[in-house]
Design a protein around this ligand. Structure first.
Ligand code: ADP
Length: 177
């Protein structure tokens, strides 16, 4: 599914983000940049040890912020590592921090001349964010950003399951109705 937002395309696909050929892919990292399971583990496995070496030098990343490394052996030239919030009850600033994780990733992409970028569904795996709410926050944050900033030509969400893809599709339809 694809929607034109200003001069950019916003696309949703089901797939494995480590196969993406966008200029950069985003990693749902932890604040120590220590690697982990889920999409983080998949990206480090596919990208090789160079990415972790760079993460170690950077040292860490606060929740809601983003840092950038090269893409190692990936097709993507860069990996942007962002840290989404752990979901408690929705009353611990989770929505703001999730939006900030997306926005910080978009900002660091533009700063580095990146034109195309792929996101996973941040915080909706191990970090427990309810995906219906997270999808709406993710899409709205990206749409607001690409409407205002002309630096990016493609932002893609790569959803790992049919179910997740359907949730994002419905949320995008609702937001662009
Ligand atoms: P978090 O800790 O931010 O919740 P997870 O990695 O646990 O991060 O989950 C985030 C999302 O990434 C989940 O929906 C999970 O299914 C998905 N995911 C896991 N592996 C991949 C992959 N290779 N490509 C795209 N998405 C993935």
């Amino acid at each position: 599914m694809e929607k034109k937002i200003g001069s950019a395309a916003l696309s949703l696909i089901k797939g494995d983000i480590t196969h993406e050929e966008t200029d950069a892919i985003v990693n749902a990292a932890n604040s120590r940049l220590a690697g982990g399971g889920g999409v983080d583990g998949a990206i480090h496995r596919a990208g090789g040890p160079k990415i972790m070496e760079e993460c170690r030098k950077i040292g860490g990343c606060p929740t809601g912020s983003a840092v950038i490394t090269t893409g190692g052996n990936l097709k993507a030239k860069y990996v942007i590592h962002t840290v989404g919030p752990i979901y408690h009850d929705g009353k611990h600033n989770e929505a703001k921090l999730l939006s900030s994780a997306y926005k910080s990733s978009l900002e660091i992409a533009v700063k580095n001349g990146i034109k195309s970028l792929a996101f996973p569904s941040i915080s909706t795996g191990a970090y427990g964010y309810p995906i219906n709410e997270a999808a709406e926050i993710a899409l709205k944050t990206v749409m607001d950003f690409i409407r205002a900033d002309k630096g990016l030509s493609l932002v893609r969400f790569v959803l790992f399951s049919d179910q997740d893809f359907e949730v994002y599709k419905k949320a995008l339809e609702k937001l662009t109705k």
